[in-house]
Design a protein around this ligand. Structure first.
Ligand code: SF4
Length: 114
C-alpha cells in the first residue's frame, strides 16, 4: 500500500532558486529574526508563501537554529525535530517520496492557510 499523499500546496517546489520567490523577499530581514512571542506575529508572512515548504525543509535539514523559517518558529522546529527523528530528509518528506502520514497529523504550524 502506498503512503498517503499531501495536497500539492504543502509540497516543496524543488526549485533551487526558491529563496528568490519567497513572500519575504521584499521585507526587512530583521522582521523574521525577532525573538519570543514576536516570532508568532512574524510567521504570518510565511503562511501564503509559495515556497514555504522549500524554506522549511532547508531550515529543518540544516538544523537552522534562529529565526522564523517556513512558517515555524525556532522552538516549533526544535520540537518537530525531536518528535520526528525518523525523518532523515525533510526535503524528501515534503517532496512526497518519504512521507508516511497525512497532513492532518502534522503539527498545527505546518498546516496550510487556504
Ligand atoms: S516561508 Fe517565510 S521565511 Fe521562508 S521564504 Fe517564505 S516568507 Fe520567507
Amino acid at each position: 500500500m502506498s503512503a498517503p499523499k499531501l495536497p500539492d500546496r504543502v509540497r516543496a517546489t524543488g526549485d533551487p532558486e526558491w529563496a528568490s520567490r519567497g513572500a519575504c523577499r521584499d521585507v526587512d530581514p530583521e522582521t523574521l529574526f525577532v525573538v519570543g512571542a514576536a516570532q508568532h506575529k512574524a510567521k504570518v508572512i510565511c503562511l501564503r508563501c509559495p515556497v514555504r515548504f522549500d524554506c522549511l525543509a532547508d531550515a529543518l535539514d540544516s538544523r537552522t537554529e534562529f529565526g522564523v523559517w517556513g512558517g515555524m518558529t525556532e522552538r516549533e522546529r526544535r520540537t518537530l525535530l525531536r518528535r520526528r527523528p525518523d525523518i532523515a530528509s525533510w526535503r524528501a518528506f515534503f517532496a512526497g517520496s518519504d512521507q508516511d502520514e497525512s497532513l492532518a497529523s502534522l503539527p498545527q504550524p505546518m498546516r496550510v492557510v487556504k
